[in-house]
Write a protein that binds this ligand. Structure first.
Ligand code: 5GP
Length: 215
């Protein structure tokens, strides 16, 4: 990081399967030019229309394990029989370029990020209701009954983690939820950890202005 270059901010977005995180992130990307999305690694087979390298890097369990052992992941976790992990080097490269990096990850991974990157902002997306979530999951017809049940059970396991997030957004209407996310991102960019350069400049002015520093 050279002087004058702003470090990007790290944003974690979690929420139950079917809540619409993917759509919200896509809409947010359309609205802001500075967003980088981290493409995760997973052992889950691709769904119809999912593209390797765009939605995920689809890898075998052996490949995933090798990456775990080599310390490639900023965080990783198991979710509904599959493993998912975030590439540390991918995230760091985007942050160094000053991009705001979005991680769409589940709660266990989010807690690892909280530990390792205390500057990260954690946002949990809630559905308008449990019934609505169920209806959306059945409606999208991408999973069978057993998988949907597993994902609903997982949603229930998320409950104790939700208060640990910095912000909660209810996805009633995509446009409104995107507005709220945008406001949160704007506010989060003013966290003191992201204002180090401004603070440093202010601090140096005291040193340079001899008399004020001696008062
Ligand atoms: P899906 O299989 O529906 O794409 O994702 C299942 C869950 O895995 C979602 O809650 C998603 O946020 C989460 N997930 C996706 N990528 C990662 C990752 O790299 N790490 C972790 N911990 N969770 C992830």
């Amino acid at each position: 990081m050279t002087e004058g270059q702003k470090q990007g901010q790290l944003i974690v977005i979690s929420g139950p399967s079917g809540v619409g995180k993917g759509t919200l992130i896509e809409e947010l990307q359309k609205r802001r030019g500075d967003l980088g999305f981290s493409v995760s690694y997973t052992t889950r087979p691709p769904r119809v229309n999912e593209v390797d390298g765009k939605h995920y890097f689809f890898v075998t369990q052996q490949e995933f394990q090798r990456r775990v052992e080599e310390g490639d992941f900023l965080e990783y976790a198991g979710y509904a029989d599959n493993a998912y992990g975030t590439s540390r080097s991918q995230v760091d490269a985007m942050l160094r370029r000053g991009q705001t990096v979005i991680l769409d990850i589940e709660t266990k991974g989010a807690m690892q990020v909280r530990e390792r990157r205390p500057d990260a902002t954690l946002i949990y997306i809630l559905p308008p209701s449990y019934e609505e979530l169920k209806a959306r999951l059945y409606g999208r017809r991408t999973e069978d009954e057993a998988t949907i049940r597993k994902r609903l059970a997982q949603a229930k396991k998320d409950l104790p983690y939700i208060p640990k997030y910095d912000f909660v957004v209810v996805n009633c209407q995509v446009a409104l939820a995107v507005n709220e996310l945008n406001e949160i991102l704007r506010a989060a960019s003013h966290k003191s950890c992201y204002m180090q350069e401004v603070i440093g400049r202010y601090d140096r002015s005291f040193a340079e202005d001899g008399p004020a520093g001696q008062m």
